[in-house]
Design a protein around this ligand. Structure first.
Ligand code: HEM
Length: 421
């Protein structure tokens, strides 16, 4: 109460009830003018302003101090709360909605099996045991539909994209329920194969009396989260790398040199090793520079647990915080000539001031899929550059955010084998 009387909430307007500024932001993201949209806010209201997004009063923040504040505040100040739309689609028992002990319990249970098992195969085959084919195509379509409505106003009417996403989410949940019961049967009767998928790993976490430690909803919701978090992000990174390599022949040549040296050190058919991945330093710098210019994740949400003071303003209890982590990426006082694609800026990451480049987040919620994404990206780029060259069929620079970046027409390319396959 004392804070309330001495501070005022940030400037800005909450706009129309429920809708607020959601449509404006989504429209700008789709048109790839979100930075401009945010800059206009900053010009009008300053670096901290209030608005209403996806049905909630929200405070928009950005910058190094904001990144640090969000990633280092514990559960007594900020809690993880996603927009209602995302929560209704992915479920309320997924990691993004959990806090403190619950978050730690499920996250610890997830990371280990995640890292042990996900590296064997691409996510889809692994989580669902689904190989290429009509069923897998259907799952991908469901996930695409789910993702599209995650940042939306949670009005469940037939014509809304939220409605389509909720329907897709229900279909996926139904499918997962069925799959879990099959896997449980296999596990309980020792029929599971030695190469365990993620669902079986989660089912196998048992207490003293052999009871399952993760509830069915915790498994379903987190499998959906991992599928979405892994599918919608690494694919964006690899896609934009393909685009940037086509546009920057010198950088492509340097990546190719690094990858050919690795390929030449192997006998035919020999797999890549950890050591090889460690030697892909330049390629990973290209990936980091790609994420600087085209961050797969634009920003994130939290919710205040109590009235808090931030930057001289009051943010009331229960308000949403919208942190645009990537807004530091194009700031010329942090990254010189930010418009220039220059992987060399990541040669010495220790010289980067902290909390200015956090594509995988930070603190207790740092992306648990970070290493998996790195492996996936490096291995994919290795095989792509050593086996193929490619040309862009659309050379414009446009991409929209939906909410993850999508280049024009999904980036059609003409691909040419370099050597006989
Ligand atoms: C280039 C690829 C990726 C990027 C840029 C990325 C980025 C992020 C970021 C920024 C967060 C934190 C969000 C926040 O603090 O609000 C996050 C969380 C998360 N990511 Fe990733 N991610 C990537 C790949 C993956 C992959 C491959 C997986 C799984 C296979 C994954 C699973 C998750 C999960 C489960 C969380 C939630 C963690 C929690 O709340 O404790 N991510 N990711």
């Amino acid at each position: 109460r004392r804070i309330r009387s001495s501070k005022r909430v940030p400037p800005g307007s909450l706009g129309f009830p429920v809708i607020g500024q959601s449509l404006g932001l989504l429209r700008a993201m789709k048109a790839n003018t979100a930075e401009k949209w945010l800059d206009e806010r900053v010009q009008k209201y300053g670096p901290i302003s209030k608005l209403s997004l996806f049905g909630k009063p929200t405070v928009f923040i950005y910058g190094q101090a904001a990144n640090k504040f969000l990633f280092t505040s514990d559960g007594s100040v900020l809690t993880s709360k996603q927009p209602q739309s995302l929560k209704m689609i992915l479920g309320d028992r997924c990691l993004l909605e959990m806090n403190d002990e619950d978050h730690k319990r499920v996250r610890d249970a997830l990371v280990l099996p995640l890292m042990k098992t996900l590296t064997f195969d691409i996510i889809c085959s692994l989580l669902f045991g689904l190989e290429r084919g009509a069923r897998r195509d259907q799952v991908v379509r469901y996930f695409q539909q789910m993702i599209e409505g995650m940042w939306s106003i949670p009005i469940n009417l037939p014509f809304t994209r939220f409605n389509r996403s909720i329907k897709a989410s229900k279909d996926v949940q139904k499918m997962l329920k069925q799959l879990i019961s099959e896997k449980r049967h296999e596990f309980d009767n020792n029929l599971a194969s030695s190469h365990q998928d993620l669902i079986t790993c989660l089912l196998s976490i048992r207490g003293e009396n052999k009871q399952e430690l993760m509830s069915e909803n915790e498994i379903i919701h987190n499998v959906m989260l991992i599928m979405v978090a892994g599918y919608a992000t690494s694919s964006v990174l690899i896609t934009f790398m393909v685009r940037l390599l086509a546009k920057n022949p010198n950088i492509h040549a340097a990546v190719l040199k690094e990858q050919e040296e690795i390929a030449q050190s192997k006998s035919p058919g020999e797999s890549l090793t950890w050591e090889d991945l460690g030697n892909m330093k330049y390629t990973w710098r290209v990936a980091m520079e790609t994420m600087r210019m085209f961050p797969p994740i634009f920003g994130g949400f939290r919710q205040t647990v109590k009235d808090i003071e931030y930057g001289g303003y009051l943010i009331p209890k229960g308000w949403q915080i919208f942190l645009v982590t990537a807004k530091t990426h194009m700031n010329s006082s942090i990254f010189q000539e930010p418009e220039k694609f220059d992987p060399a800026r990541f040669e010495n990451t220790a010289s980067l001031p902290p909390y200015n480049f956090v594509p995988f987040g930070g603190g207790a919620r740092i992306c648990p899929g970070y290493k998996f994404a790195k492996i996936e990206t490096l291995v994919t780029i290795h095989y792509l550059v050593t086996h193929f060259t490619w040309k862009l069929c659309c050379t414009d620079d446009f991409f929209s955010r939906d909410p993850t970046p999508v280049p024009t027409q999904g980036l059609p390319i003409q691909i040419i084998p370099r050597k006989p396959l």
